[in-house]
Ligand binder design. Structure first.
Ligand code: HEM
Ligand SMILES: *[C@@H]1O[C@H](CO)[C@@H](O)[C@H](O)[C@H]1NC(C)=O
Ligand SMILES: *[C@@H]1O[C@H](CO)[C@@H](O)[C@H](O)[C@H]1NC(C)=O
Length: 316
């Protein structure tokens, strides 16, 4: 009897484990062998006209994976119900959705109804990193698209004001550890941030400091010029690092110099284990790349969903 139960439990665990890890590198080998090439081509075409495309696509994939798993819920304009993730806060810099539309259209023309929008986005995120001069890797595939997107669920994303324990908790809820947090935060080598995302560090920081004391004072002064107090008008955004279209390890050097934008970036120095990783990645681009690839594969394997959408903007 006990053996029977143990066997049943083992079977249950095994099938759950399998469902969670159903992705594979050769998933489209028979059904759509050119899928990756077709998607890369579409992302590259967009990149040729707009060098900010990689930042947009990488962040889009992160937002997708952190809410309901990587199920393309972030791409929906409607799920037939209420407001979708796109209209939730924080959505400011989510843009370039047309890139995914173009890639999906091209891949539908070659193999209709086969490649999920979640896979298109995961592959496009890898392509984005490569186009920005970063490393390449093989992306496991076989994700399914979800049928639900809820605006208020974007509040489950980590906030830029989070301290390390809050960040750790947010990542742990998705099976990601502190090493993954440090490596994936390296995505902030690309793109821009709006003043509202780091205003907390510049004015009325806490009871004893007007400005965040963990920020380099000269850097804080320069940011205050671009982001005046009591001015919530959105500017064009401040570059995350001086090379916002190049995927390198500058981001980590800036954390060490206390010249990064977000509290959540600077927070990576507040525990010995994350601090030592920041220093490691600041001195070795190769070490950063290796860790980033591992953590990206982990994050992009958080699956959800149950169909292959025909149009990434609406459920079938
Ligand atoms: C650790 C928790 C994270 C927080 C709190 C966070 C927060 C933010 C914020 C506030 C912005 C600026 C939004 C704006 O003001 O417009 C931003 C931008 C960005 N984030 Fe993150 N992020 C996190 C993790 C990640 C991860 C894991 C990735 C990808 C691997 C990523 C990729 C990006 C990119 C590429 C941009 C620039 C987007 C653009 O210029 O279009 N972030 N993030
Ligand atoms: C972003 O969210 C805000 C606040 O919920 C909303 O007013 C705005 O329309 C959204 N932006 C987009 C592009 O959907
Ligand atoms: C992080 O923030 C939370 C929520 O504000 C707080 O309870 C916690 O004490 C903070 N942790 C540290 C280490 O500052």
């Amino acid at each position: 009897m006990a053996t029977g139960i143990a066997f049943f439990v083992a079977l249950l665990l095994w099938s759950t484990f399998r469902l969670g890890y159903a992705l594979s590198l050769n998933y489209y080998e028979q059904t759509c062998p050119d899928a990756e090439f077709i998607i890369s081509k579409a992302v590259k075409e967009a990149f040729m006209n707009d060098k900010t495309v990689p930042a947009a696509i990488l962040r889009m994939h992160f937002h997708d994976c952190f809410i309901r798993g990587c199920d393309a819920s972030v791409l929906l304009d409607t799920d037939g119900g209420g407001k979708v993730e796109k209209s939730g806060f924080p959505n400011l810099s989510l843009h370039a959705f047309y890139v995914i539309d173009n890639a999906k259209k091209a891949v539908e023309a070659a193999c209709p109804g086969v490649v999920s929008c979640a896979d298109v986005l995961a592959l496009a995120a890898r392509d984005a990193v490569v186009l920005a001069g970063g490393p390449t890797w093989d992306v496991p595939k076989g994700r399914q698209d979800g049928r639900t997107s809820v605006a208020s669920e974007t509040l489950q994303l980590p906030a830029p004001t989070f301290n390390l324990s809050q960040l750790q908790q947010s990542f742990a809820q998705r099976g990601l550890n502190l090493g993954d947090l440090v490596a994936l935060s390296g995505g902030h080598t690309l793109g821009v941030s709006h003043c509202s995302s780091f205003q907390n560090r510049l004015y009325n920081f806490d009871a004893t400091h007007d400005t965040d004391p963990s920020m380099n004072p000269a850097f804080a002064a320069s940011l205050k010029k671009v982001c005046p107090a009591h001015n919530n008008a959105q500017n064009g955004g401040v570059n995350m690092d001086p090379s916002p279209t190049s995927f390198d390890n500058t981001y980590y050097k800036l954390i060490v110099q206390r010249k990064c934008l977000l509290s959540s970036d600077q927070a990576l120095l507040t525990a010995p284990s994350t601090k030592s990783l920041v220093y490691k990645f600041a001195t070795s681009k190769e070490a950063f790349y290796e860790a980033f690839i591992k953590s990206m594969i982990k994050m992009s394997s958080l699956t959800g969903g149950q169909e292959v959408r025909k149009n990434c903007r609406k459920v079938n």
